[in-house]
Design a protein around this ligand. Sequence first.
Ligand SMILES: Cc1cc2nc3c(=O)[nH]c(=O)nc-3n(C[C@H](O)[C@H](O)[C@H](O)COP(=O)(O)O)c2cc1C
Length: 259
Amino acid sequence: MIKINDNCTGCGLCIADCISEAISMKDGRAQVERPCIECGHCYAICPVDAPEIPGVDMEDVEEINPAEFVDVKALLHTIKGRRSVRQYQNKSIEKDKLALLFEAGRYTATAVNYQDLRFIVVQERLTEFKELIWNGLAVMAEFPEKNPDIERYAGHLKKKAKDPADDYLFRNAPAIIFIVTDRLVDAGLAAQNMELAAVAQGLSVMYNGYMVRAANMVPGAAEWLQTEGRLISACMLAGYPDVTYLKTAPRKKADILWK
Ligand SMILES: Cc1cc2nc3c(=O)[nH]c(=O)nc-3n(C[C@H](O)[C@H](O)[C@H](O)COP(=O)(O)O)c2cc1C
């Protein structure tokens, strides 16, 4: 449970901003009355670092400087300019660049502040993982009556049978990132932030719905990935793009109702 230390001046900012309504004023000082979702707003808003949140790393707290936020024009240009990339350079992604993707994922909003996301990057053992998936799909295809979803992979398996070097499912990407959580919206939000962090570093990703389904259904894949019983909710191929887009892709007009 969060504690308020002696730094508290009783300004009340944390009380007004607490979603759990867990803080009250007593004798001119804030005090936490009951367990809350530990969203950290009380700490983020406090001018004197009075709230103490157990079990989190305070080392990586940053002072916020709104002047350093990316401006909306640059942000929109990045959003419009990012593309799902299906051609990658034969080049590994540096660990420090990947770490920034996970930083973007970690700081994403999560329902009830669950922060129940596991990020798995498969890069060093990608060949092993690919074999697991391809072999698993091939075995499942032998028993279509037991595995109705395997039909979706008929085309992939056919291409692979014709050309064993075919990598249609993985697109020769040097890395695959999985997000494991039973909370699909949390996974989607984290994935989008991670894509933007990738693009900001010269990388590209491609959401791979086929890989999500395959990783969830191929026997042994979830264990190999160490999902610990949770759903594989998002998957992104990732790498340095081997393609250059000169323009943004046209989009339908937004369906907006102004009421
Ligand atoms: C949840 C999700 C799953 C996707 N799955 C695949 C996939 O399995 N294979 C693929 O080639 N593209 C996949 N995509 C990429 C979409 O086809 C792509 O976003 C869309 O065509 C628009 O292109 P853009 O992302 O370059 O703007 C997926 C996208 C999302 C959001």
